[in-house]
Design a protein around this ligand. Structure first.
Ligand SMILES: [Zn+2]
Length: 384
């Protein structure tokens, strides 16, 4: 088995059915591959509250500093209707210079490229000084409870720290390497309930309509833009995603009304700052409209920016050297496990084209597989 071949490795990984979460035992095949190359491996299984144990893998080669972490996930999203695929989703298939299969883009090929990059450097005795580690997790596409977050905490407890982290999520848009992610927006969800006084629609002076108050609240919240964007981020955005109220009849002013509001925020904010801003508006409406205005909130991640610096330069220079492309440094898109990793080391995300991620006939080009392996080799060499 040629471990230095990113295409062969990709095929091996894609042929494993690893729909999220990855079950205990399912990473053993990968442990065998990594140990053959010279990595020492430890499995990090964690249990969910509802009994869905997840397997994660930490593998290390070399010793001392600097310590480069490559982070990725082995789990994939479900296939959807397999009859719609032009080839079996868990049988990597070459077609028209593309490799088709679930997880090609997101993100088994990137894992394969990084591992093959290490194997090639080792063979040519050009692995640089220091340590290279892999953290390959099993629930990124699921609830993200038993993967990266717990694994990094466990590694920290063992005294393991990193100088930089490269995440292999699919960040490229039209050409391999045209975009790297250097941060992500944060996200907070509010669920607000306004309680007024129920009454006859013909006698509004005997009631207090919570929908009117909710309308005032939303108007106040959306009156001004949250900001106008920052150097690396688009403007923060507030979206009302649900409004509900009414007693199911036409002649009753309802008792209460609710709204669900999501804010994606940039580095002008912390979730605490937005929660206090939201709370101030709720208090104002409560007193202005003489209603009760209560809310719950859920923060799914803070905004973050990996200080554009040495590591980001190494990554974009490696792209330029191998492809000639000047990568855009972006903070767009949804969340990834980089939101946990950035608390431990400067983090940059670079991987395959994301055009077909999660889709039927997910695929990446064979040329990109070879090219990403070369870029990763350059990053590893330059990092030392
Ligand atoms: Zn992913």
């Amino acid at each position: 088995m040629p471990h230095n071949c990113p295409l062969s490795l990709s095929t091996l990984l894609i042929d494993q059915q690893t729909v999220t979460p990855v079950a205990p035992g399912a990473m053993q095949f990968f442990v065998n591959i990594l140990e053959n190359i010279g990595f020492s491996c430890q499995l990090l299984p964690f249990d969910d509250l509802d009994g869905q144990p997840t397997e994660n893998l930490f593998a290390t080669i070399g010793s001392g500093s600097p310590h480069l972490l490559f982070a990725g996930h082995m789990d994939v999203v479900p296939t959807g209707d397999t009859a719609l695929w032009s080839s079996p989703p868990f049988k990597a298939t070459e077609h028209n210079n593309m490799l088709v299969g679930r997880g090609t883009s997101d993100m088994k090929c990137a894992i394969a490229c990084f591992v093959a990059a290490v194997a090639r450097l080792k063979e040519s005795e050009s692995l640089p000084q220091g340590t290279i580690s892999l953290l390959i997790t099993g629930d990124e596409e699921g609830n993200s409870i038993n993967g990266t977050r717990k694994a990094l905490a466990a590694l920290k407890d063992k005294g393991i720290s990193f100088d930089a982290a490269l995440v292999g999520e699919p960040t490229s848009v039209e050409k391999l390497g045209d975009m790297v992610k250097v941060g992500r927006r944060g996200s907070v969800m509010f669920h607000v309930t306004i309680t007024g006084k129920q009454g006859h629609v013909a006698y509004p002076h005997l009631a207090n309509n919570p929908i009117t108050a909710l309308n005032h609240l939303i108007t106040a919240l959306t009156k001004e833009p949250l900001d106008h964007g920052t150097e690396f981020f688009d403007a923060s955005n507030l979206e009302v995603v649900n409004i509900a109220g009414g007693e199911g009849v036409d002649n009753v002013i309802p008792h209460s009304a609710t709204a669900t509001i999501n804010i994606r925020f940039n580095d002008s904010y912390t979730s605490d700052k937005l929660i206090s801003w939201f709370s101030d508006h709720c208090h104002a409406i409560a007193s202005q409209c003489n209603v009760a205005c209560d809310f719950t909130k859920r923060v799914s991640g803070e905004s973050f920016l990996s200080t554009p610096g040495a590591f980001c330069d190494i990554v974009t220079n490696a792209i330029k050297e191998n492809t000639g492309i000047d990568a855009t440094r972006s903070t767009t898109g949804g969340t990834s496990d980089a939101r946990f990793i950035k608390d431990y080391a400067p983090t940059v995300e670079l991987g395959m084209l994301n055009a077909t991620a999660h889709q039927i006939d997910e695929a990446v080009s064979l040329d990109d597989i070879e090219s990403l392996c070369s870029i990763y080799q350059t990053i590893i060499k330059q990092f030392a």
